[in-house]
Design a protein around this ligand. Structure first.
Ligand SMILES: [Zn+2]
Length: 286
């Protein structure tokens, strides 16, 4: 077991846990509440470990928009896809802008952003009910939100940075699952993956006030550091947003891993002062 720093356990203790997978040099994380449905879905959150990129992208950078070589990033994708038994040609990438747009994708979208040009623009989340369409979103401190409805067999991923958390992109994702696919929120299982934790996500008063003005209850997730600075628990806000959308608390797993505290394991925008690669959340219906 890898010893992570600053694992916080004051969110509801539940029976679920992170699953650390090591295949050769490749290391990635699964979540036990999703892995329970491993016969229906494949999923993971990547780490820095096991790729071919070098320098600030060392080594499993999956961001094609970074200044890393395309060849290296594609090789990194090949490695993680092979480990997950996903065809590279099934992969569909988001086009993240810290917004709230979410796109429903189908078999026609396979390969977009990686093997063919991407017409998916301004898109911070992907949803599908189509088998063998591997949805992928990107991170380096922002909060990855995994959603799965085992009844309707629908998967979703949302990139919830502080702006997305403020605009409650996770609620938008649930809403699309409900309206487009008739999902019942109480059936949806969610994992909130590794991201910058409340130990490290320090903001100025301007950002804190944006939260409190927009989401009054978010004050419960703010911890004052001093007159100028506040720590915000983004993972906690995302969980409460999902509960407010009708998800059952016991169906939501918070990974509780801080990417900045563990920057040797994860790309961290703040930890690496902006010079870093991209982690990925990956999900596919089998
Ligand atoms: Zn931290």
């Amino acid at each position: 077991m890898i010893a992570f720093k600053n694992l916080f356990n004051n969110h509801d203790a539940n029976k679920y846990y992170n699953i650390f997978v090591k295949k050769g040099e490749l290391e990635y994380i699964k979540f036990s509440n999703l892995e329970k449905y491993g016969y229906l879905i494949e999923h993971c959150f990547t780490t820095r470990k096991g790729g071919v990129s070098t320098g600030e992208f060392s080594s499993l950078n999956l961001g094609l928009k970074k200044k890393d070589s395309r060849e290296n990033v594609i090789e990194n994708f090949r490695r993680i896809c092979r480990a997950l038994n996903i065809e590279l040609s099934n992969v569909v990438l988001s086009d993240q802008v810290h917004g709230t747009n979410i796109r429903v994708v189908t078999e026609k979208d396979r390969g977009k952003g990686i093997l063919v040009d991407n017409d998916i623009k301004d898109c911070d989340g992907l949803i599908t009910n189509t088998k063998n369409v591997a949805i992928v979103t990107f991170y380096a401190d922002c909060v990855p939100v995994f959603l799965f409805d085992p009844e309707k067999r629908v998967i979703g991923l949302a990139h919830s940075g502080w702006k997305g958390t403020l605009e409650q992109i996770a609620a938008n994702a649930v809403n699309i699952m409900v309206t487009r696919f008739k999902c019942s929120p109480e059936n949806i299982v969610s994992a909130i993956g590794p991201s910058i934790g409340k130990c490290c996500f320090e903001v100025g008063n301007e950002v804190k006030e944006k939260f409190i003005n927009k989401i009054s209850w978010s004050e419960n997730f703010c911890t004052k550091k001093d007159e100028e600075k506040t720590y915000i628990d983004l993972q906690g806000i995302v969980k409460q947003t999902l509960i407010n959308s009708g998800l059952r608390s016991e169906n939501i797993f918070i990974s509780n891993i801080c990417t900045k505290c563990n920057k040797d394991m994860f790309f961290s925008h703040r930890g690496d002062m902006g010079k870093t690669g991209s982690l990925a959340a990956i999900m596919q219906l089998k």
